[in-house]
Design a protein around this ligand. Sequence first.
Ligand code: SF4
Ligand code: SF4
Length: 80
Amino acid sequence: MNCIGCGYCCTNCICIIGLTDKVTGLCKFLMWNGERYMCSIAEQYSKELRIGMGCDFPDNPYRKEMLKQKKSKSRHVKTG
Ligand code: SF4
Ligand code: SF4
């Protein structure tokens, strides 16, 4: 399954390269770009982070919700 940037993996388990923010408890490198979550150090560590290798948690609730919202948004755009 493809990664859609729901953020489930990084918010539930910080990888060995990640750093925990003491206030939020989330990884300091996790960013929301207005449409999806992204890892801000992904380019430097693409191999180690398996970027582009697909999603290991395709049935997670965040991903399902994001897909639902994307479908509803695209339906809204088509019908005006
Ligand atoms: S859980 Fe899957 S879809 Fe969501 S950000 Fe991680 S890899 Fe991407
Ligand atoms: S370093 Fe990147 S891949 Fe690792 S937990 Fe943080 S945001 Fe996710």
